[in-house]
Write a protein that binds this ligand. Sequence first.
Ligand SMILES: *Cc1c(COP(=O)(O)O)cnc(C)c1O
Length: 366
Amino acid sequence: MSLYWNHRVKRLAPYIPGEQIRDQRVIKLNTNENPYPPSPKVIEAIQKALGDDLRLYPDPACTELRTVIAQRYGVMPEQVFAGNGSDEVLAFAFAAFFESPVKNRQTLPILFPDITYSFYPVYTRLWDIPFTPVPLAADFSLVIEDYKQAAGGVVIPNPNAPTGQAIPCSDLRSLLAFHEKNRETAAVVLVDEAYTAFGRDLEVTPLVHEYSNLLTVHTLSKAASLAGLRVGFAIGNQELIEGLGRVRDSFNSYTVDRLAQAGARAAILDASYYEAVNRKVIATRNRVSAALKALGYEVIPSQANFIFIRSLQKNGMQLYTFLREQDILVRHFNQLRIADFLRVSIGTDEQMDRVLAACETFSNGT
Ligand SMILES: *Cc1c(COP(=O)(O)O)cnc(C)c1O
């Protein structure tokens, strides 16, 4: 605590990102990056944008990028918002749609799972938004009925993180219908689609045509192998998109730089490259999941580019430490209910074979 911090900074509880390790020997499976490189067309587009034009500000509206995103999802460009990674888009959405306490008025808390992306509670602190964590079932499945209550908003990642479990679209549709009917609370349902591309038929974005309270948030960091470029976007009703723009333009109008806009546009246009890349990730995930189960590990069924696993013999920290000694870096969350689990990003087949070998040694040694 510093004397100079204001009360806002004092009450923050910042997010702790997974380590960006430099040691080349380490197999880095801790932040769900894609193990395959971005499309060559992305690199080409960035190289083309790399010139004297950098003296000029980028297009604050990201017009060309939003146009290709709109085409890809069958919406109007006015229904698309682009930002500096989906973390920024999420931060803006929390600021734009979720209420902080107002004097003499009841403020309904927003709802999200007790086990989910750990950035959500951070944003609630940042913007002073009351929230109620909704417990997942014992098997980590999400019980949609629990979210059908008066709320200030709902945030659900599909698939969920760090469990990797998917929520059926029909569940999300019934949730949207429930909250859209409740005009008084006007609750926005935010579906974080960071990992949707690794699942099967999970995309709910087409429902923006039916539900004005749906905002889907997307990132190029995982499925498009571009975590280093920092581009994310949101799709929803035009009014929601305008709300995001109001927050951004009260903060920094140029959140997506010229190189990022050019690279992201090329990535969206090269869907076939990424479909092939992500098919490989999915095949590896399924193979590794089955192999770990055969070795006696608990593996939560994943539709994402990571798996959530538990040794039935030893605790989570022991397995984490063992893997780290074998130069394999994964993510451990020291948190109630999940402290015995590790989140393992899906790497290349060669990398995952090293993980399997290490896990086999670990179980044999205990
Ligand atoms: C990785 C992740 C994000 C953040 O993505 P960026 O675009 O890199 O900021 C958002 N939501 C979830 C659930 C994630 O796992």
